[in-house]
Design a protein around this ligand. Structure first.
Ligand code: LER
Ligand code: MN
Length: 271
């Protein structure tokens, strides 16, 4: 398994669960200093993560790209995949598609988290899930052309009412034959929603495509009450070899969050 840490480039998400907020160059430098294998970027749009911008920084600091988030489409533009307005839905898909292409060029997948949206007065659950399946099918096929999966992230109940639990999302993906879609399992959301975090990971098996390595309170692992031992044992049991990426608040400071994350990974991956 490989270690990654988040870099947010969106000023509106300054208070969000991302460790570094001082630009790509500074984020890469600090990530490398702390010993991370890679970075995960939350950009304002695909232009910010063009290969000619990101590749030289990765190479200079000996890092790899773990994934790129698409949430700025929601945070900045109010776009989501099951919005009642078709024009908004199409713009949401176009936004994500551009990130899929930028990430794909860099050998990484894109993440669909808050861009999934939620049901509303005009959009029933049935309708919303149809829109989600259709979008994941199209965007997954696009990701597959780059040899990448697309990462679908179930969120906790305060952020979406589409899928809050991993196994329900895995069943939806299988029922709709969404082959290129893998699950992003965020341990913070799972701590809220799952009966048994490790058991849920085992149940999802090969569907697990990415991990957000966060403690129960969304601080760096070690600052809350999650026991990472059973989580790592579950990931080993399903032969997960992907990223453990710190999507956490920069508390008490970004540097301490990075150091605590790395300490937790070294301790539990070596065990
Ligand atoms: C995104 O990865 C996530 O976890 C959501 O809670 C959006 O912030
Ligand atoms: Mn997450």
């Amino acid at each position: 398994m490989k270690s990654a840490i988040t870099i947010c480039l969106v000023p509106e998400a300054r208070r969000g669960p991302f460790v570094f907020h001082d630009g790509l160059e500074a984020g890469c430098r600090t990530a490398a200093e702390h010993g991370f294998d890679g970075i995960e970027i939350f950009p304002a749009d695909a232009n910010e993560v063009a290969a000619e911008v990101v590749r030289p920084l990765l190479d200079a600091h000996g890092l790899r790209l773990a994934a790129i988030g698409t949430g700025a489409g929601w945070v900045r533009h109010g776009l989501c995949l099951c919005h009642a307005d078709e024009d908004v839905r199409l713009r949401a898909r176009a936004f994500i598609a551009s990130v899929v292409d930028a990430a794909g060029e860099l050998g990484a997948p894109a993440i669909i988290g808050s861009m999934q949206g939620r049901t509303s007065g005009d959009v029933s659950r049935e309708l919303a899930l149809g829109m989600l399946a259709d979008a994941l099918g199209e965007l997954g096929a696009r990701a597959a052309r780059h040899g990448q999966p697309i990462l679908y992230e179930p969120l906790n109940r305060y952020e979406t009412d589409l899928f809050n639990r991993q196994s329900e999302a895995a069943s939806f993906v299988a029922a709709n034959s969404l082959g290129p879609v893998k699950l992003l399992c965020d341990l913070f959301h799972m701590n809220i929603e799952e009966e048994d975090v490790a058991g849920a990971l085992v149940a999802c098996g090969r569907s697990v495509g990415h991990i957000h390595w966060a403690d129960s309170n969304r601080r760096a692992m070690g600052f809350g009450h999650t026991d990472p031992g059973p989580v790592v044992a579950a990931l080993r049991a399903i032969q997960y070899e992907g990223w453990l990426s710190a999507e956490v608040f920069p508390l008490p400071t970004a540097s301490e969050a990075a150091a605590r994350t790395m300490a937790s990974l070294r301790r539990h991956l070596a065990a």
